[in-house]
Ligand binder design. Structure first.
Ligand SMILES: Cc1cc2nc3c(=O)[nH]c(=O)nc-3n(C[C@H](O)[C@H](O)[C@H](O)COP(=O)(O)OP(=O)(O)OC[C@H]3O[C@@H](n4cnc5c(N)ncnc54)[C@H](O)[C@@H]3O)c2cc1C
Length: 462
């Protein structure tokens, strides 16, 4: 390893190859402390050619590689366990903004909030938005196919990428950095790298789609008596306004434990509603939007779909609404033993999922408490089962409950991971719950591109 380290240092400069434990430490622990690892050294390339050179040297030395961006991943895939760590943080240039093409080309290490700001400076919107946006990088967001709160309107990262440049596991460079919206010349190879969790190569740059900045934005919080009513509301608001950009929900317990455990947060609806829905609207013109929302809400109350509703009067009130939603993860953490899931089902099946999963949880663990929240408009719930109040945490049947959640989701045609990915956390579950042919095809793709299993060798597959 020390030969390899010296060769890489000769190529990219001594100071850009690090083995000092203090400097490596932040790379080797995941932010929640759930995963930790080890690496002989970290390399910090600044160009695509340097990435390619490092990969070639690693291959020649028989070393494995873990790529890392902002180290915000939630499934342990960015933490090396003996592999050489390649950090993309120095590849942090925005190479081009082509406003007339509604596109922006950024290197893999650019932090998401910097892409959002650069787009805004050109009077454009890059719509991907999530709580980790000040740390997560374009390379990591592509490799995890990140979603966030605006998927309903703009799609996941997969739909926001026009082109990709990536270094392959043998050191060659895939030059797919095009800004085309139409390109029917065979397989769409760039898509292979999106959601691959660093197993097929190292993304070095991407051409991203931009959108017009919406001139009008409204935020509504309302109480619905059930998830069925919330689903009806989603479609009512979509049809009435054509402008829904986010449709998030929180069940009663999600709101209550968050208000209890997070001092800065309050429930604007004062405890009403089995389901709290947070709806964001975006439109090119303010004219007519507020009126359309108000009449749709009045009709929803009349139809019994909503019990009460608030429209944010200004940006400050909108932030208060969002703060509740964004604090839920922190809100349920102090509640003892728990298992969290990130599942998706068809949007139409979201109420059925909640009914079936809640019943299965209660049957296996009487008194279990369920926090369900997230992107209902995309069919995606963050679904956490928490130990009964006062129960022995050691007796909590977390593994069994997880299997029941996954069984319920897959029986409805759903997925065990909507957003966060597989990483090392869910490899076993992936093998159990993804169909055999899909797993065989995934293995075939991995073998075709990375036959020596150089890239992130412990990720996705058991
Ligand atoms: C507070 C918080 C909120 C979040 N909310 C959401 C949400 O609402 N929706 C959602 O979808 N996700 C969410 N996430 C997850 C988020 O999408 C990921 O954390 C993020 O995409 C990872 O980016 P990163 O730069 O930190 O990558 P890392 O964590 O460093 O890496 C993640 C994965 O990508 C690989 N990788 C990193 N860079 C590259 C590269 N250049 N080439 C190849 N592989 C690479 C790594 O090996 C690893 O497999 C959230 C995370 C946090 C911490």
């Amino acid at each position: 390893m020390s030969d390899l380290k010296n060769q890489i240092a000769t190529r990219i400069g001594d100071k850009n190859v690090v083995s000092d434990p203090d400097l490596l430490a932040p790379h080797l622990v995941e932010w929640r402390g759930k995963y930790s690892g080890a690496t002989p050294f970290a390399a910090y390339p600044a160009t695509t050619d340097e990435v390619a050179a490092i990969v070639s040297l690693c291959v020649a030395a028989g070393a494995k590689i873990t790529p890392q961006g902002g180290n915000t991943g939630l499934v342990g895939a960015q933490i090396p366990d003996g592999e050489v760590l390649i950090s993309l943080r120095r590849m942090n240039q925005i190479r081009e903004i082509d406003a007339a093409n509604d596109s922006l080309t950024a290197e893999a290490g650019v932090v998401l909030s910097n892409v959002q700001s650069a787009a805004a400076e050109s009077n454009r919107l890059f719509p991907l938005s999530l709580a980790a946006e000040h740390s997560a990088t374009i390379g990591g967001l592509i490799s995890t196919n990140a979603g966030g709160v605006h998927v309903l309107r703009y799609g996941m990262m997969r739909e926001l990428v026009l082109g990709i440049e990536a270094v392959l596991p043998d050191g060659r460079t895939f030059s797919g950095l095009k800004g085309l919206r139409k390109d029917n010349t065979g397989y769409d190879l760039k898509q292979l790298f999106i959601g691959a969790e660093g197993t097929l190569g190292i993304v070095t740059a991407a051409c991203l789609k931009l959108y017009p900045q919406p001139a009008a934005r409204e935020v509504v919080m309302l109480a619905a008596p059930s998830a069925d009513h919330a689903l009806a509301l989603l479609h009512r608001m979509k049809a009435a306004t054509g402008a829904v950009s986010a449709f998030e929900v929180m069940n009663r317990l999600a709101v209550d434990v968050t208000v209890k455990n997070v001092a800065s947060v309050r429930d604007p609806l004062g405890g009403v509603g089995a389901i709290t829905a947070l709806i964001e609207f975006e439109a090119a013109h303010a004219e007519g939007l507020r009126d359309a929302i108000e009449s749709a809400l009045a009709a929803a109350v009349e139809a019994g779909e909503a019990e009460t509703a608030l429209i944010a009067e200004n940006a400050g009130q909108a932030r208060v609404f969002w703060a509740l939603r964004e604090s839920i993860s922190a809100g349920h953490k102090p509640e003892g033993a728990q298992v969290s899931h990130d599942i998706s089902v068809p949007v139409s099946a979201t109420p059925t999922f909640l009914r079936r999963a809640n019943a299965a949880m209660e049957k296996r663990c009487p008194g279990v408490r369920i926090v369900a929240f997230g992107h209902m408009g995309d069919g995606n719930f963050h679904y956490t089962a928490m130990q009964p109040v006062g129960a022995d945490p050691a007796a909590f049947p977390g593994h069994d409950l997880t299997q029941l959640v996954y069984e319920t989701a897959t029986a409805l045609g759903g997925s065990i991971s909507a957003e966060h990915g597989i990483g090392v956390a869910r490899r076993g579950d992936l093998a159990r719950f993804k169909d055999r042919e899909s797993m065989a095809l995934m293995r075939a793709v991995k073998h075709a591109i990375d036959p020596s299993n150089v890239m992130n060798p412990r990720v996705l597959f058991e």
